[in-house]
Design a binder for this molecule. Sequence first.
Ligand SMILES: Cc1cc2nc3c(=O)[nH]c(=O)nc-3n(C[C@H](O)[C@H](O)[C@H](O)COP(=O)(O)OP(=O)(O)OC[C@H]3O[C@@H](n4cnc5c(N)ncnc54)[C@H](O)[C@@H]3O)c2cc1C
Length: 156
Amino acid sequence: MRRKDLAVSDPAELDDIILSCDCFRLAFADGTKPYIVPLSFGYQREDGAPVFYFHSAKEGRKVELSRKLAHAGFELDTNRAINENEKPCDFSVRYQSIIGEGTLTEITDTDEKIRGLNLIMDHYSGRANWEFPLHVLDKTVLFRLNVSEISGKKHS
Ligand SMILES: Cc1cc2nc3c(=O)[nH]c(=O)nc-3n(C[C@H](O)[C@H](O)[C@H](O)COP(=O)(O)OP(=O)(O)OC[C@H]3O[C@@H](n4cnc5c(N)ncnc54)[C@H](O)[C@@H]3O)c2cc1C
């Protein structure tokens, strides 16, 4: 990162930024064809490593690419605000953001699927003990993204 003074590398601080985000942008490179899609997400550390979960309908471009490529990038950001100034070049933006990449795995085990969906629900509802009817589980696809690279940046 060029601005090393803005880098965030402390795992607890990275986690705080991630947990205050509400949108997870998943990015694919399919040959020369890029695709980026905004998603809701669940997050936790597993054996100390960052892991994201996202869910989807059974079909569509991101599901196809997730299965085909099994590798994706991601971005999240939060706490954005504009620092205004008299001069245009002195405008700046405050933000906290995360960029990374990782490997995707489709979760098919029912118990693991329920745990992953509850992690997503926990992120948005603060509750992780929801029940999911079987017909809902059947029509829902869940992916896990195991992070291999991650960086954080904080601009105030
Ligand atoms: C804040 C937020 C949270 C979301 N959370 C989820 C989630 O948790 N799970 C989930 O499955 N979906 C979520 N969505 C919807 C998601 O962004 C996609 O629209 C949806 O998943 C379909 O993606 P797909 O790749 O299957 O596209 P397809 O249905 O296969 O559509 C293909 C084409 O449609 C266009 N397209 C698809 N999605 C979008 C979009 N969001 N905006 C503009 N154009 C689009 C693109 O050109 C794409 O190539 C969320 C969207 C937002 C904005």
